[in-house]
Design a protein around this ligand. Structure first.
Ligand code: ACM
Length: 548
């Protein structure tokens, strides 16, 4: 009798009092209620019920739980009328107002997830995973809970440049897992640039036999004088089969992949393979071995019929493997000096009534945007596409400052904000002179966390609806392997996830740091990721000079 009483008291404490510890979830949900009441034991071999519409994502949820804590749930596809029998019941709910919204309820008789789209279920999955143990527990005790959650921005992206350095397919998938965990919905895959072409092509095979390989790579910083190079052939490309595998992998996680083919500048690798597409067809170009071309080396496509046929063919092949509605065409940093110096380009401009080289740049973008539109797709380009008079159905990805965002939004463009400061994750996150080499600039964790995608000037002009979201860019000149990418993106990616998801009034940096350390850093360990550890030392107000 005595033992039973003690046992009952302990049980009461566990089931009722235990439920009141504050939740540690990133990104912080919109609304969390922790009612008092009995907790729920999640156990192996309980069923999970989901409607057919969510079969793929429900299966992903089952597998994720199994992988994380060895709780094996049996997925059963059924209408959810007999809810009391299941451990997890997924309910399609068309009354949810927001895209990607989910409601997660933990009650004494089970876990209930209400969603209206696949992304909602993937988002609910990530929240649930953060409530479960990260070891082989085989069971989990879950306190009563009511979460109602949805994102602040519809576009939440992470970019990865696989040109300056290429990464194995296994890492691309791991990176997509990072995105899913952080409730990002877009992976921007930067596939072509001056230093290489990274996608298998059928119609222009030299894009792989020549443009995918460079003869050497710069060692040290690109501003070092004299520059130093290794003498190793570097490169490669992803086959279409591999790309399809990645697209499918991302689709299960409800992540859209936006591929980027960067034109009409950043095309040195293309003209190395097909010099006839350049402004100097008789030149033997190499695939770039250094970084930062701009006015320093010619890398632009020449305006001529064979270039436009090339572009149609290349984008046609791209569309065959990428289902994304949005296609990125680059458009950035196109130096005008090569077109100025080229009589054939000048003649093309006169013939087509293009008053200057900016208008020629717009002609290129408009040409490809119209082509993509005819195939039911929509174009995204870096903010330079807005230098001329472009049709505003394209979307501007702003890597500049507030000014470029305001310019584009005022003209009517939808804008994705990816400002160099603070969303370029190739910039330093410390001012430690011994930190491993990076490009320049200082974007510490705190600055990323406190970044406001809708600055006051945009709000004052009533343009807030034009900002559809944000993204961090990961240019890999100084990231030669996956460990270095991890080091540069974690934990900044975690901070950005909350910036793009959580209502700004609910954000707090000290509270974020606490949750980061309680819930997320143990994940980095679980994932065997090499994250940057000294983020507490370097805040947004650090004044030490950056020696580089
Ligand atoms: C860019 O950083 N050139 C988009």
């Amino acid at each position: 009798m005595k033992i039973t009483l003690t046992f009952a008291i302990v049980l009461l404490i566990v089931l009722n009092v235990f439920s009141q510890s504050p939740l540690s979830i990133i990104p912080k949900p919109v609304s969390v209620i922790q009612p008092k009441g009995k907790a729920f034991w999640l156990k192996t071999e309980f069923p999970m019920i989901a409607p057919e519409k969510f079969r793929v994502q429900a299966n992903y949820l089952c597998e994720a739980i199994q992988k994380q804590c060895a709780i094996q749930l049996d997925l059963s596809i059924a209408k959810t009328s007999n809810r009391s029998l299941a451990a997890i019941t997924i309910i399609e709910d068309s009354t949810l107002k927001h895209t990607e919204q989910y409601q997660l309820s933990i009650k004494a008789n089970g876990i209930f997830i209400r969603v209206n789209d696949a992304r909602g279920l993937v988002n609910a999955t990530q929240t649930l995973l953060q409530l479960l143990p990260i070891y082989e527990s085989k069971t989990a005790l879950l306190s009563p809970l009511e979460i109602n959650d949805y994102p602040r921005f519809s576009y939440r992206g992470m970019h990865l440049d696989v040109v300056r350095h290429i990464f194995p397919l296994s890492y691309i998938k791991k990176y997509i897992d990072y995105l899913a965990f952080h409730k990002f919905n877009t992976f921007h895959w930067h596939l072509t640039d001056d230093q290489g072409w990274r996608m298998e092509m059928k119609n222009y095979p030299k894009l792989n036999s020549i443009a995918s390989w460079r003869a050497a790579t710069l060692i040290g910083h690109f501003k070092d004088n004299p520059p130093k190079y290794d003498s190793t052939i570097y490169g490669g490309f992803y086959t279409k089969k591999e790309i399809k595998e990645v697209v499918d992998y991302a689709a299960v996680r409800a992540i859209n992949i936006i591929p980027e083919i960067d034109i009409p500048g950043h095309s040195r690798a293309v003209i190395a393979a097909y010099p006839q597409l350049s402004t100097k067809p008789d030149t033997t170009w190499n695939v770039a071995t250094t970084w930062g071309m701009y006015n320093r080396q010619n890398n632009v496509l020449a305006p001529k019929p064979e270039t436009f046929s090339f572009l149609e063919s290349v984008f046609e092949e791209l569309l065959e493997i990428f289902p994304s509605k949005y296609i990125h065409v680059g458009g950035d940093e196109c130096s005008k000096i090569w077109w100025k110096q080229d009589t054939a380009s000048q003649a093309f401009m006169r013939l087509n009534g293009l008053k200057n080289e900016t208008a020629l740049q717009t002609y290129f973008i408009e040409f490809i945007a119209q082509f993509l539109k005819s195939k039911g797709r929509q174009t995204i380009g870096w903010h330079e596409i807005n230098e001329g008079e472009l049709d505003t159905t394209t979307i501007v990805m702003n890597w500049g400052t507030e000014k470029q965002a305001i310019d584009a939004a005022s003209k009517g463009f939808s804008v994705i904000n990816t400002p160099g400061k603070p969303l370029y994750f190739d910039h330093y996150q410390s001012q430690n002179p011994n930190d491993s080499l990076s490009i320049h600039g200082y974007n510490p964790l705190e600055a990323v966390y406190n970044y406001e995608p809708i600055p006051k000037a945009i709000l004052d002009k009533g343009l807030e609806n034009k900002i559809i979201g944000g993204q961090a860019n990961v240019w890999t000149e100084y990231m030669e392997n996956e460990k270095k990418v991890d080091y540069m993106v974690l934990p900044r990616m975690t901070a950005l996830s909350e910036t793009l998801w959580t209502p700004s009034a609910q954000k707090s940096y000290p509270d974020f740091l606490k949750r980061l350390e309680e819930t997320i850093i143990p994940r980095y360990q679980l994932w065997n990721s090499s994250w940057y550890k000294e983020y507490r030392k370097w805040d947004a107000s650090s004044k030490l000079p950056n020696v580089r």
